[in-house]
Ligand binder design. Sequence first.
Ligand code: PLP
Length: 442
Amino acid sequence: MGCHFPVSGASNVHPSRLKDIHGNYQPSTIPSKGVNSMQTSEDPIGCSGFSRRTFFRYAAGASAVASMPILTEAHLALAQRPHFNDPNIGIHIDANENPMGPCDAARQAMIDIVPRGGRYLMDMEEDLTNTFAKIEGLDPESVAAYAGSSEPLHYTVLTFTDKSKPLVVADPGYEAPMWAAKIAGAEVLKVPLSDPKGEASHNIKAMLAASSNPGVIYICNPNNPTGTCTSRTDIEYAVANAPKDTMLLIDEAYIHLCDAPRSLDFVKDGKNVIVLRTFSKLYGMAGVRMGFAVGRPDLLKKISVHGGFNALPITALAAAKTSLLQADLVTARKKIIGDTRAQTLAWLKSEGYAATPSESNCFMVDVRRPGKEVQAALASKEMFVGRIWPAWPNSLRITVGTPDEMMTFRKSFTEVMNSSTAGLTPAPLSRRLAEHPFTHLS
Ligand code: PLP
């Protein structure tokens, strides 16, 4: 209940009244169809508690689509964080961050480059994209670096969706593309994950059937929030059967954490596919900011109309290149996170709680009561867990933290689940954050 925000009650401009990139106002209603279509009165992040007013204010204040705020995991996690606490106080397993941070060599690379910080050093960006392209056997022209993958995600949706070309997503799924679609005036078609109590993978055939002319089909592999993978066969099916002009946006933010086949070969084969990669997850560089869009050069050029022409921080470029060159880093970190995840999932199972069969650094656990209440009760113990998705109101997303953090999680979780949480709600955000949530964009 209560996941709908009536637009009529909002005091600010609805995003569908925003100007498009040509300066024209978007229509005031977004076409809707199908039971899972996101209606104008429904918010992509549903009951998240994110300040809709704030979003509208920012959106209304911007003069063109290209300058709209880009919502990222950090914002979405913050929107449901009951208090703004010092991240050094309490345990924060709410934003799919990597508590290990950048590897030692990346830290040293950042320190070493700092004295040169007075220079733009544009060639470092090319060096990074060339390095990645070489490792992956890609044409360097099909790799574009950004300060994280949120930007190319946002730009891809803005480029290929509009009021007649919907966005198709899995549900529950990562909300950022839905916000971008809303800005583009595009309908969002949410397709439930198949076998939700089992594999919880993308229902690719249903996603393809959801629209005859989707602008973008977004496949998050592994999926945020469930951590579950979609099979290569299904992804191949999507590539082979999507309408000619549809963009398949394959988000591989968490791909290093699993063994699932990668999708970069579709780019090599010249398909209508853009793959996103980030250094925020396995590489522990969420706060440092670096990511890639990988796609045919003509597609990368199209999305670059919206942004991505700014010089990138040389610290991030240095750390990213160094991270890529660490031979055992991916394997070692994948094992550390995978072991902690497996132990936590096994423990939850032994306690009688169902969780998604994650292959990533997050999973959903069914708490069999309103997830919001459990989230609030855990927060009162300074245990900050992830948000709730409207489609699964009794589940919480948990990020895999350090082994010690996950032991503390077990203790807090047991205490909370043995107590009554009825009526608990997370405390509202502080005024400062409610009014100014776009921390890294402001
Ligand atoms: N895609 C997914 C699925 C994510 O979960 C995130 C962040 O958590 C991102 C993209 C964006 O991350 P960043 O901008 O830090 O690369």
